[in-house]
Design a protein around this ligand. Structure first.
Ligand code: TXA
Ligand code: MG
Length: 332
């Protein structure tokens, strides 16, 4: 049987989510090394958020423009409150959705230890308590906020399993903590609570409807927020991009194209597709979200120059799915 604790790929160790793997991961992070970690959304590329050298190494490994701020992951709501100022609405959202796929952007305070580089020099800090047992154990053992953008090279498709992380970052980071396939498959919803009404900066794992139910109103954004918000990869037009071109709302397949389906809809000429996958044959947005990034990687591997995507309704997680596909389709 394979012992993941001792598997090494191009210098990057694959760690099992057991006591030995977790203590190894925490030790590496304390040394300022980088360890990718599982969450319920996508894998994160972890480094000590209080250490500018570790944060610089994250930007370098991802080849990420350093003006894009990172999310700091913490063990629980109390640890989050040590890093930022929680007003009444932020507290309510944290109580409702943590641990879970919500990132709160709140004002930084004198006690904030998430370094300037991780915050891209902003007076705010992005905080999240992920819903992953091994990663929460790691955060408790590490005892500091963990900076963690998605563990892919900048601008590429986000990783939903350890093998995806190794494809992009093998040899560039110390280790990957293997937590299997991620449950949600799309990044967290980012909400800014900076005084005034809460604003939706990025749609994600918590739907607009669930946010509205807690807030008592439908938050503006992301369009309304994007102009004022700092530029982040989640907000860049071209992002989450496979090698192939992506063509949205396809009602006909052109020769040589790969086809991404949803539900029972079949575009014209679908028999001509070079490769095809269905995000959810039953039309379930949650199932589709969980499969999205893996499906883009798989269709990309078919070598097709273009991936045609059928129309996907914007309901529920459909908003976040359409957001990611729109970015994958944006001109590069
Ligand atoms: O699900 C997720 O959120 C994953 C997992 C690993 O937790 N992480 C993730 O991180 O997607 P990243 O770096 O790819 O996206 C962070 C988003 C970006 O859109 C960034 O602009 C925004 O959060 N962000 C971070 N700090 C911010 C701040 N101070 N103000 C506004 N937006 C911020
Ligand atoms: Mg990302």
């Amino acid at each position: 049987m394979r012992d993941p604790g001792s598997t090494v790929l191009a210098g990057t160790r694959l760690l099992a989510p057991d006591a030995a793997g977790l203590s190894e991961a925490a030790a590496l992070l304390r040394e300022g090394r980088l360890v990718a970690f599982p969450t319920e959304t996508v894998y994160g590329l972890g480094g000590d958020a209080t250490d500018p050298a570790a944060v610089a190494a994250i930007y370098a490994a991802k080849a990420r423009p350093s003006f894009n701020p990172l999310i700091a992951h913490v063990h629980d709501g109390d640890a989050a409150r040590e890093q930022g100022a929680f007003g009444e609405e932020a507290a309510r959202l944290a109580d409702a959705f943590w641990p879970g796929p919500l990132t709160l952007v709140v004002p930084a305070t004198a006690r904030t230890r998430v370094c300037d580089l991780a915050r891209a020099g902003l007076p705010s800090v992005a905080l999240r308590v992920p819903d992953s047992a091994p990663t929460r154990a790691l955060l408790a053992a590490f005892g500091r906020p963990l900076a963690g953008p998605s563990a892919n090279r900048s601008g590429r498709v986000s990783p939903t399993r350890a093998a995806h992380v190794l494809e992009d970052l093998g040899g560039r980071i110390a280790a990957v903590l293997d937590g299997g396939d991620t449950r949600i498959g799309l990044e967290s919803t980012v909400v800014a609570c900076l005084g005034g009404k809460a604003r939706l900066l990025r749609p994600g794992g918590v739907t607009r409807a669930r946010l509205s139910a807690i807030l008592g109103y439908d938050p503006a954004g992301p369009e309304a927020g994007a102009a004022e918000a700092p530029v982040g990869p989640g907000l860049l037009a071209s992002h989450y991009a496979p090698n192939a071109r992506v063509r949205l709302d396809a009602t006909r397949v052109e020769d040589g194209e790969a086809l991404l389906l949803f539900g029972s809809y079949l575009p014209e000429n679908h028999g001509q597709a070079r490769a095809r996958l269905n995000l959810s044959a039953s039309g379930d947005p949650a199932e589709a979200a969980a499969r999205l990034f893996g499906a883009l990687r798989e269709l990309d591997a078919s070598g097709a120059p273009t991936i045609a995507v059928v129309p996907i309704p914007p309901d529920g997680l459909g908003e976040a799915i359409r957001d990611r596909l729109g970015r994958a389709a944006a001109p590069r």
